[in-house]
Design a protein around this ligand. Structure first.
Ligand code: PLP
Length: 404
């Protein structure tokens, strides 16, 4: 940068981009905990369980066997075949190797996808509340996120009329996330069919983030929108990964499946940025997808117990209402009756103010709903111990009583 010019050293893109609020909160909690403060965190979007032993063993074996070199960009054939087998087994979807790609996490698959399909001027429909990274990743391409608000009384599912109204000649794609982060709502087959019909009629692509597919409650049957017929499959890209189902957040393996042309473009982008995902983690992911699924069942049964407790308990707090999620591991209660109240002269104005108050006064970390496009809510991850859930919600209730 020349001295005396007003030119910024940073690109416009970088200046506009906010860091991930959930990762920033996790970092803040870790630093408070390192200083000896007992913070109860409902912040992190990751299972508190360890990666199952048989998966770790596969990685250890990969190291011993010297499986430590570059692999094919989109993952080894063995991993691609495991991904293909997963889609066949769980979703009755048939893909070829050229239609699947493994990346460095589901987030990375999503990033490759937005870079592969979006142009300046395109519009992408995103129902809110949404996962924090969708709008920034869309914006990074120069495309525009078009937010369609959902309502608590509709279980946070997009009304078909609202979807229709949001479509313009510039709409390129719609993002679905079922089960959803942050609400835990999940679309039924009938609901997906209605969305699929419109996508076909209006020539839209569907980006279907199914990363929480395995974490569902009360016998909910997760259906992939891509499985509703050839027409919709041709225009759907599924984003998925091993992080949430197999407690493998740190291993960084995600994957995508969809039309050959799009997957090839995503692979090209990946070849010029990260190359292949970690070779050892690829071996571990094959074991995760193809090996025993018993540990997944155990984790889901623990989440089921915690979900019942936290949702019931939050609903007993005066002025709080909490939707009972069908999947994922988040409670998304409405705390807005507390906005406008004060403590020691400090007013709690919105979800950020309330989250800050809870962290300062109760040492409880939650994510403000505003980050997900829904300011009346807070997100509490229940991928944490029952003991912490009990104490954390008790603490929240106590400090709310101090607000007047
Ligand atoms: N999609 C959703 C809805 C998520 O919540 C996350 C993680 O928080 C991801 C994708 C990405 O997961 P990962 O990159 O860890 O595979």
């Amino acid at each position: 940068m020349k001295e005396g010019t007003s030119m910024s050293i940073l690109s416009h893109r970088a200046r506009e981009l906010k860091p991930s609020p959930t990762l920033a909160l996790t970092a803040k909690v870790k630093s408070m905990q390192a200083q000896g403060v007992r913070v109860i965190s409902f912040g992190a979007g990751e299972p508190d369980f360890d990666t199952p032993t048989h998966i770790k063993q596969a990685a250890i074996q990969a190291i011993h066997e010297g499986f430590t070199k570059y692999t094919a960009v989109g993952g080894t054939d063995e991993l691609k075949d495991a991904i293909i087998a997963k889609f066949q087994r769980d979703n009755h979807l048939t893909y070829k190797r050229s239609q699947v790609l493994a990346s460095c996490g589901g987030k990375h698959s999503f990033y490759n996808l937005t870079q592969a399909i979006l142009e300046v001027g395109d519009q992408v429909i995103i129902p809110s509340p949404y996962w924090v990274s969708y709008p920034p990743m869309v914006t990074l391409t120069g495309a525009t996120p078009v937010i369609v608000e959902t309502r608590e009384q509709d279980d946070f599912k997009m009304r078909i009329n609202d979807f229709r109204k949001a479509i313009t000649p510039k709409t390129k794609a719609v993002i679905l996330n079922s089960p959803s982060n942050p609400t835990g709502c999940a679309y039924t087959e009938e609901e997906l069919q209605k969305i699929a019909d419109i996508a076909i009629e209006k020539n839209l692509l569907i980006i279907s983030d199914e990363i929480y597919e395995r974490i569902v409650y009360d016998g909910f049957r997760c259906v992939s929108i891509a499985s509703l017929g050839e027409e919709i499959k041709k225009r759907t890209v599924i984003v998925h990964g091993v992080a949430k189902s197999y407690a493998m957040t740190g291993w960084r393996i995600g994957f995508a499946a969809g039309p050959e042309e799009i997957i090839a473009a995503m692979s090209n982008i990946q070849s010029q940025s990260t190359s292949n995902p970690n070779s050892i983690a690829q071996k571990a992911s094959i074991e995760a997808l193809m090996g025993s699924q018993d540990e997944v069942m155990k984790m889901v049964s623990a989440f089921t117990e915690r979900r019942s407790y936290i949702v019931d308990r939050l609903n007993t707090i005066p002025g709080v209402s909490c939707y009972n999620p069908s999947g994922a591991f988040y409670a998304f209660p409405n705390f807005s009756s507390n906005y406008g109240k004060s403590y020691q002269g400090q007013q709690v104005g919105n979800s950020t103010g309330l989250a800050n108050y809870l962290l300062d006064a109760a040492r409880v970390a939650v994510v403000p709903g505003i980050e997900f496009g829904a300011d009346r809510f807070l997100r509490l991850s229940f991928a944490t111990s029952m003991e912490d859930i009990r104490e954390g919600v008790d603490r929240i209730e106590e400090v709310l009583k101090k607000l007047t």
